[in-house]
Structure formats: structure tokens, C-alpha cells
Design a protein around this ligand. Structure first.
Ligand code: SF4
Length: 208
């Protein structure tokens, strides 16, 4: 479990969010392990410093995924300024409002990034006959991943992880900016209560 998630779980430990976020974190860990081995075995990798996919989409995510991202933005003081971007960027599609072109790592919430961001260019998908197939990302101009692979053995499948995620969270799915905005609004008051007046240094009323 990475440091950002440990911190979130510690802040939310007495709340009903804790167990659900712990399960989501376990699924993300499983995905990291399995896709990591898959990429190593088949020499699949993104081009150096590439973040082009994030420039072209605002991912669809579940409310549970959004609650992890929202908690990260609220708990990590250095990330709070990113909340404003959810209201002004990514409203009509890409780029993702949490993408930072100027940073070498690009994703400002990498430790808590949603499922699709973990799978894009890192897992196979099932074709119409149910066969696992991997295709090179269309933005991979450096050709650092194979053009196409098919498999006759079990390999990480996007659909499989998607079902696993939906078994944890049957709620609504919407674009990242809308979902995270809403979850920030829901979690802000709770986290501010837990952390005392950490977000309210001047004792002014808390934003609702
Ligand atoms: S959350 Fe991060 S990885 Fe996912 S689209 Fe946004 S910037 Fe890219």
C-alpha cells in the first residue's frame, strides 16, 4: 500500500469509507502486481515521459474511485489547489484536469489514479470471441510496445478488472471532474471535522 493511501485510511479510519477504500486499494495493488508482471514478460512499456493519453480524455470513474481521489486532494495539503481545476478544466472531455503537462510524472494523483489509468496500455482486452488481445496504444509513436499480441492462456484483462471494481461499487459512473468534484464536496466537511480546523486556519465558516 503506498504512502498516500495509508495516510487517507488513517484519517478515515473511524468512518464507513475506510473498509470500502481498503478493498479498492487491495484491488489496485493486485492490478499493479499482475500488469507489472505482464508488461515485463511481453516488453510492454510507454514511451519515455509520455502522458499523451491523459491529454485526450477525462476518464469515466466510479464514485468509490472518486472518493479516493477526493480524499487525497483534501488530505494532502500540497494537492488542495488542484480542486479548483475540477470546476474549470476537463468539463468538455480532455485533457484530464489532474494532468500536468509540465511535470515529468504528468499525473498529479498518480498514487490514487483510477482503474482505467492503471490499465491503459498495460492490460489486454477480450475480443468479440472472448480471446485476450493486446494492441499497441495509438499514441505510442516510439513503438515501445508490441503492435499486437494474442494469448491462449490467462493474462490481465481489462473487462475482468472492470467487473471486480463494479463488485465493490455499484454506484454511478461519470467523468472524473464531475465525480471527484462531488466527492470533494461530500468529504470536505467530514475530513475537516476529523482533522479539527486544519482547513480553516482563520476560523471562517467552512465551505459546504
Ligand atoms: S487521473 Fe492521472 S493518469 Fe488518469 S487521466 Fe488523469 S492525469 Fe492521466
Amino acid at each position: 500500500m503506498n504512502h498516500a493511501i495509508i495516510e487517507i485510511l488513517s484519517v478515515l479510519k473511524e468512518t464507513h469509507h475506510h473498509q470500502r477504500l481498503e478493498r479498492l486499494s487491495s484491488l489496485y495493488e493486485q492490478i499493479e502486481d499482475e500488469t507489472g508482471r505482464f508488461k515485463d514478460e511481453y516488453s510492454i512499456g510507454c514511451g519515455p515521459g509520455c502522458g499523451t493519453c491523459c491529454e485526450h480524455f477525462n476518464p469515466d470513474i466510479t464514485a468509490l474511485e472518486a472518493s479516493l481521489v477526493a480524499a487525497h486532494l483534501l488530505v494532502d495539503g500540497e494537492k488542495r489547489h488542484l480542486i479548483d481545476r475540477l470546476y474549470t478544466e476537463g468539463v468538455d472531455g480532455g485533457p484530464c484536469p489532474l494532468y500536468d503537462k509540465g511535470s515529468p510524472y504528468h499525473c498529479t494523483v498518480y498514487a490514487v489514479r483510477p482503474l482505467i489509468c492503471r490499465l491503459f496500455g498495460a492490460a489486454s482486452s477480450a475480443d468479440k470471441n472472448g480471446r485476450a488481445i493486446f494492441r499497441r496504444c495509438k499514441y505510442n509513436r516510439e513503438e515501445t510496445m508490441p503492435l499486437s499480441l494474442t494469448f491462449d492462456r490467462p493474462v490481465p484483462l481489462m473487462q475482468h478488472y472492470s467487473y471486480a471494481l463494479r463488485s465493490l461499487d455499484e454506484g454511478r459512473v461519470d467523468i472524473l471532474s464531475v465525480q471527484v468534484r462531488q466527492l470533494v464536496e461530500e468529504l470536505q466537511f467530514l475530513i475537516s471535522l476529523i482533522e479539527g480546523s486544519a482547513f480553516n486556519d482563520d476560523d471562517s465558516p467552512l465551505a459546504s
